[in-house]
Design a protein around this ligand. Sequence first.
Ligand code: A3P
Length: 344
Amino acid sequence: MSSSMQPFPSDAKPQEANAEGETNPELYRHYTKLVSGFPSSNGITNLPLYHHPKGWNSSLVSMVGSMVADSCFTARPSDIIVTTPPKSGTTWMKSLLYTTVHRKQHPVDSADHPLKSIGPHECINFFEYQLYTKNKIPSLDNLLEPRLFATHVPFVSLPRTIAGSGCKIVFVCRDPKDNLISLWDFVNKFRVKQGHEPISLEAAAELFCNGLSPFGPYWDHVLGYWRAHLAHPEKVLFFRYEEMHKEPAAHVRRLAEFVGFPFSAGEEEAGVVDAVVRLCSFEHMGGLVATKRGKTEFVFGVMENSLFLRRGVVGDWENHMSPEIARRIDTITQAKFKGTGLSV
Ligand code: A3P
């Protein structure tokens, strides 16, 4: 076990419970005014997408949250941040990271493991959807180390203190065709719940291909983290959902080593890695009460945890997408990733 691991009290709480703080309505008003002046257009969700000057798109509240995080968040070298385009495996990675990092105080096989009672999004909070929302400036100083956070914000707009802090970034992406299907299904559940018409896959694909998806363009988002990984492999670890699916245990070991919590020989022998994989597997997570009945509060509303687990397979796009749309996405992917060494 790494010497950076710090003792935790056995009653360690999920981050949200600890992240109380002040409010600063003025700062939020300032950024809301700023973002409201950016160009905007219709996106896949029912909310307008605002175009950030650094080339990415998101809803008003999440862009404001990201800006407040940029001004107020102070990164520490021990922080670990999960970064993803939405619907690419965030929930899974949060579960794996939380379980891996906290396995001393919460043994993976324990009956009262936190993941069994609270959802992964309560274990690790998003900056822009949970922490920096509703005028809050959360007090994160007293959180136990290592502090775990998540964000969908592209590399270019991460809170500025992250760059020089030496903290670790864990990035996950997946085949954009599966990403789109997952996003399309998710936003339609949301649209219908709010009394809007569902969006057709054709219309969603058109917007996605034009970069008008939350925190898109998808390709620029992925490339930003890919380049950061190439430049600083010790700071940015790059995962593909498909590879995690194929060899979950190998990727849990990779994750554990990268974040400074490698599995000891004794743990390997005791099957702890496989236990982490099992606990966080789609099948196991899907059957938990925390998933079936639990809810998590985000800036855009309270959401059932079950919405974050749909099918959990690779290649579901083939069941929904026309060959034309698939070809169009593949063509963009090839063109955008050409010469970068990246393939998905
Ligand atoms: P599908 O919609 O293709 O099923 P995110 O967590 O970034 O919102 O991504 C959600 C996607 O990850 C969904 O994909 C969801 O089913 C899948 N997912 C969630 N938990 C998972 C797990 N434990 N193992 C594998 N896939 C998981």
